[in-house]
Design a protein around this ligand. Sequence first.
Ligand code: NAD
Length: 375
Amino acid sequence: MIRKTIVDRRHDNRPRVGLGQRLSLTEHRLCHCSEITVTQRNRIRDARVLNRGHPSSAVSDVNCDELKVCHAGDCSRTGILAAMTATDTATLIDGRALASKVKETLAARIEELRNEGRSVRLDVVLADENPAGSVYARNQAKMCEELGIEYRLHAVVSDAEFDVIASTIQRLNQDDRVTAIMVQLPLPDGVDTHRIQSLIAVEKDVEGVNPANIGGVLYGRRALAPCTALATMRLIESTGIELAGAEVVCVGASTIVGRPVAALLMEAEATVVSTNIHTHDLASHTRRADVVISAAGVPGLLTGEMIRPGAIIIDVGINRITDPETGKTRTVGDIDVESVLPVAGYLSPVPGGVGPMTVAMLLRNTVAAADEVPG
Ligand code: NAD
C-alpha cells in the first residue's frame, strides 16, 4: 500500500504540505524538485535523490526535519531532483525474527564456550504447580536444548514455605556448576517474592530481579538487566532511531518493566516521561512522543489519536480478552491496533513483538552470566 504523502508533526495526521508546495527552507540541499514526498524517516519506504551529472543515489537516512526542499529556481544550488515514497501504515517490528537473530549469535558463543570447556546452564526453581508455570518450564527446556544450554528444573512442593525455596536457592548459589538461576513466578501464597528474589546470587540472577542488578541498571549497566526492559530497548533500537534527544513516554511504571526501561532510556540520553494510572491527560504526553512504550495491562489504552504521526510504539501489554460473539479468547496488548496502524511509524505488536524478544533476552543473560565465570 504505497502512496505519496507528506506527513508532518501535527497531530491530526493530515498532510500539511502538498506535493509541489513550497516548504520553509533553512538550507538548500535538494533543489529542482519536480516531485517530492516528505515524510518522517520511519515512514519512508523508498527514497531517491537524482543528482544531475551524478549517478542517482539511494537515500537511506532521511529525516524530514533535516530534509530541505524548494522549487526550481528558488535555490542557489541546482541540479538535484528528489523523489520519495512512503507507506500509509506502520511498519510492524518483527520480534520473532529479531529474537531468532539474537539466538543465532548466542548459539555461536555457546559453541565457543563449550570448546573452551565451559558450559552454559540455567537452573529454574518452580514453586507453584500451576499449569501455566509447567508449560512455561517445558518451553524453556526445549529452547535451552536447541541452543545447547543445559537446563535443570527444581520443582519444590507446591505449598512450599519461604525456607524451602530459600534453601534451594542458596544451594544453587553455592554450586559452581550453576551459572544462571531463575525463580518462576508466581510463588505460593504468603511467600514474599521480593525477599526470595533478593537471595539469588547477583552474578547468576539472569532475570535481573535482585535489587543489586536493578541498581546496576540505574548506573547504566545492561548486564543482567530485567529481560522485558532489555527486549523493549532492542526493539526500539531496531528501528534505527537516535535515542539521544528523543522524547519517550513510558506508560506504566512497574519495577519489572516501566521503571527499568525508563532508566535504560535515560542512559541513552532520551527525554523520558514516566506515566502511571494517576497521570492526568495521558494523551497530552503520548502525543508529543517520538516513542511510546505501553506496559499498563489495559487493552485498547492507546488509540491513534493519542500518538504522534510516525511515532514508534512498543506494546508490552499482555491481556486475555474474550470475544463477546464467539466466546473465544485471544491475547492482545494495550494498543488499539486498528486506529494506531495508520498513524504510527513502527509498531511492535502483540503477539510477536516484546514476548519473543523477552525470551531471547533471558537466554542472552544466561549466556552472559556463564561468560563471566572465569575459564
Ligand atoms: P503492573 O500491574 O505491575 O504495572 C502496571 C503499571 O501500569 C502501573 O504503573 C500502573 O500505574 C500503570 N497503569 C495502569 N493503568 C494505567 C492507565 N490507564 N494509564 C496509565 N498507566 C496505567 O504490571 P507489569 O507487571 O508492569 O505488566 C504490565 C503489562 O505488561 C501486563 O499486561 C503484563 O502482562 C505485561 N508484561 C509483558 C511482558 C512480556 O514479556 N511481554 C513482561 C512483563 C509484563
